[in-house]
Design a protein around this ligand. Sequence first.
Ligand code: NPG
Length: 369
Amino acid sequence: MKIDSVELHLIELPLVHPFRTSFGIERERPCILVEVHGEGVTGWGECVANYAPLYSAETVETAWHILSDFLVPALLGQEIGEPADIAPLYKHVRGHPMAKASLENATWDLLAKAQGVPLSALLGGVRDRVEVGVSIGIQPTLEGLLDRVDGFVAAGYGRIKMKIEPGWLLEPIGQVRERHPHIRLMADANSAFILDDAPLLRQLDPFNLLMIEQPLGYDDIANHARLQAQMETPICLDESIHGVADAQAMIDLQAGRIINMKVGRVGGFSNALTIHDMAQAAGIPLWCGGMLETGIGRAANVHLASLPNFQLPGDISATDRYYHEDIAEPPFVLNTADSTMAVPTGPGIGVEVLRDRVEKARLRHLVLA
Ligand code: NPG
C-alpha cells in the first residue's frame, strides 16, 4: 500500500456536559483528525492532545507541528506492507506519542480497509462486545454528584468512575458507595496527591473500589510503588505510562496492579499491543481509557478493547454522553442489559466519517502530498 497523501483537520466540538478533573475543566473538545490516503482507500485517526499541556505535555499545536513537519513527511510516498512497517519510519522522532498514535492508527485503519477486515481482526481482538463504564467529573455539589451517578446507573452503566482531588475524596466516595453498595466503583485522581497523603488514601480501602487511578505524579512511577505497598486498593497507572519502557518499569517496580491503556498516550497500536502482551504475561489486567474522543477515536478504542487482556470495563461511553452532533456514524450505544458496547463489524474502524460535520466543526485544514 503506497501512501499518497495525508490531510490534517483541526476540529472543535462542544461537549454535552462540562467535564471537570483535578487538572481543569473542559467545555469543548479540540482534536486533530488525521486522514491518510493510499491507492484509493482512506484511513482515519484521531489525535487526543488538548489545547493546554495539563493532562500531558502534548498540545494541539505541538501535535500539529510534529505531524506536519516530521511524521507525515516520513510516511508520505512509502510502501506499507503491514502495520509493523509504520512506527519504524519515524522512530528517530523522540516523544510526542499522541501525534504518533494519530498517524499510525489512521494507517492501521487504511490497511484494515484495504484488506476488507475490521480493525479488531488486525489487532487480534477476541470479543464482539466490550464491557464499558462511565467517568463522572468533579461536581459542584454532593447532591449533584449523587444525581449524576443515579442517572448513569439507571441508564445501564455497570461501572462508575469518579474523579477525585484533595477535598473531594472520602465524603463523595462514601456517599456514592452507601447509595450503591454493589456497583463497580473506582476513583481517578489524575495525579492530584503526593506520597505524604498515603494515610488519607489508605482510608479508601474499606470502600471496596476496583482501583484508584493515578493518585501521584504523572512522571512518578517509583512513588506509586511505595504507595501501593501501603494500601490494599489496587493502583492503576494512566498518566505515568507513556510507552513500553514505562510499562516495564511499573511491572518491575510493582508500582500498581492495573494499567489504563490509552493508545494515544502510549504512541499508537504497535506499542499498545506490546504493552498488552507484556502486561498479560505479568498478570496485570488492562482496561481501555477514554479522552472524550469523537466517533473516530471511540471506534479505535472499542476495537482495541476487544483484545484478551482487557479484563475490566473501559471509559467508553455512549456517543450521546459526549456530543450532540458527532462527526461519525452510527453512534455508539450502550447495551443496557450488560453494560457492553458492540465492536463494529465493517472494514477498518467500521464507522463512516460525516464530511459535512467535519467541515462545519473545522478550524484548520492542511493537505500534505
Ligand atoms: O469517557 O472519554 C471519557 C472520559 C474518561 O475520565 C476520562 N478521561 O483522566 O482519564 C482521564 C480523563 C481525561 C479526559 C483525560 C480528557 C484527558 C482528557
